[in-house]
Design a protein around this ligand. Structure first.
Ligand SMILES: [Zn+2]
Ligand SMILES: [Zn+2]
Length: 441
């Protein structure tokens, strides 16, 4: 028996502990569903071909378990058709599993975060069941799921879907195991500890996460580099990131994920997407690395989670100023704006061909592109390159802004030039980049 039933056709969960099945918007739902099920029964329709499945543990682990309904002593009951499904509900939670739940809650509490076990979060017409949910900073919710050696491998079906559903509904999935085979799966951000007895897990001593957390090594692809270039045998001159496994204490993991200082990332290597945890500063730096003028990294809130002051007196504008070679046309430009000034573009586009203020300047001999664009693109690329080479978090914030401004400037100029000349903007941009990035190196 189970309390939660999934209706395949209506695509809703029915909560048998409630009179209205937790669907006040559907009056007489029980009568309708129950009568239909009885009717199928009289016709001899097998349970597996009817509308109802277990919506509890079985569904959570990705198993479609057919159910039928009955009334017993005036009580509504849903019954599994197969014994193996029923047994899934009666399997007691292992002592190790309970010890992990308690440890997560204790570690969270010591870090100033609340949490609870076996939490049901309502989402639309169904819900998400979370093993242990930690309420972190800034509305962050970390959904811990502990999967230990004892469980049936079929219990791992649907991990990706469950993790994705949690993430989509604002719960960061954090799956933990003591089994190497699970930790190697890329379906979610698994962490793993060694296989330990419950009394060790429950203790206050060190409990280590031995896989699932990485530090990113950022390096420059030149002749001094320790690693081979991920894109080929030769040195490409670009910046790369290489993940390196690193142990982390379990309690720290619980608290730092709640604080937002450790975050999950997806890292593509070849055709495989790897999923693991990194510090938020490594994540930011990776975003910088993968970004481009047209694909800027997401704005992050400036609040540091490390507790270090952002306003150290020593860290006034350290990033080297971008070297823009002075050209006559550049001096006419406004100070590099963060957002392209929209009205200005409008004016230019309506000006059309009547006046050609931007075509009088010098142009590159072979490409025909104005040198103003080339200079701006060089400046933006230079600013981005410098960003890759900075290590200090605060310096990087400042330099990221320098680069954003430079990128905005070149984007605006490209748009204006393409409109004035009635050219395809995308082609102008591609030609410009080809020219700047492949003639310089
Ligand atoms: Zn079930
Ligand atoms: Zn390289």
């Amino acid at each position: 028996m189970a309390n939660a039933v999934w209706h395949k056709k209506l695509r809703i969960l029915l909560d048998l502990t409630r009179d209205d099945l937790d669907h006040p918007e559907l009056p007489d739902l029980w009568e309708t569903v129950y009568k239909t099920d009885r009717f199928y029964g009289r016709l001899g329709v097998p349970v597996g071909e009817r509308d109802l499945q277990c919506g509890g543990v079985c569904r959570d682990v990705g198993v479609e378990a057919p159910m039928h309904l009955r009334m017993r002593g005036g009580r509504r009951e849903a019954v599994h058709e197969r014994r193996e499904d029923e047994e899934r509900h009666t399997a007691p939670m292992s002592d190790e599993h309970k010890a992990y739940q308690e440890r997560i809650l204790r570690a969270a509490q010591e870090g100033g975060f609340n949490g609870d076990s076996e939490v049901r979060t309502r989402v639309g017409r169904s819900w998400i069941q979370t093993d242990t949910l930690v309420e972190g900073a800034d509305g962050r919710r970390i959904g811990w799921e502990v999967q230990l050696s004892a469980i049936d491998p079929s219990g791992l079906r649907g991990v990706r879907a469950r993790a994705a559903k949690a993430a989509k509904n604002g719960i960061t999935p954090a799956w933990h195991t003591d089994r190497a085979a699970y930790a190697q799966r890329n379906d979610t951000h698994w962490t793993r500890s060694d296989h330990l007895p419950a009394h060790v897990i429950a203790r206050n001593g060190d409990l280590r996460i031995v896989s699932g957390f990485r530090v990113l090594d950022f390096w420059h692809c030149d002749i001094h580099a320790l690693y081979p270039c991920p894109h080929g045998v030769r040195r490409c001159g670009k910046a790369h990131a290489t993940p390196k496994p690193r142990d982390v204490l379990f309690d720290d993991m619980v608290r730092r994920t709640a604080a937002g200082a450790i975050v999950p990332i997806q890292f593509r290597a070849g055709t495989t997407v790897h999923r693991y945890w990194v510090t938020n500063t490594d994540r930011d730096r990776l975003d910088d690395l993968h970004s481009d003028d047209t694909r800027l990294p997401p704005e992050r809130e400036a609040a540091p989670v490390t507790g270090a002051s952002r306003n150290r007196p020593t860290c006034q504008p350290t990033p080297a100023p971008i070297t823009v070679r002075t050209s006559p046309s550049l001096t006419a430009l406004p100070a590099l704006p963060v957002q392209p000034p929209a009205p200005k573009i409008e004016t230019d586009s309506t000006a059309g061909e009547a006046q050609k203020p931007h075509t009088r300047q010098a142009a590159d001999d072979t490409s025909g592109l104005p040198s103003e664009l080339i200079t701006l693109q060089q400046a933006a690329d230079e600013a981005h390159l410098q960003l890759q080479q900075l290590h200090d978090h605060h310096d990087r914030d400042l330099q990221r802004q320098v680069w954003r401004n430079a990128a905005a400037a070149v984007q605006t100029a490209v748009t204006r030039y393409a409109r004035t000349k009635r050219l395809n903007r995308h082609e102008v941009e591609a030609r410009l980049r080809q020219l700047v990035r492949h003639s310089a190196r």
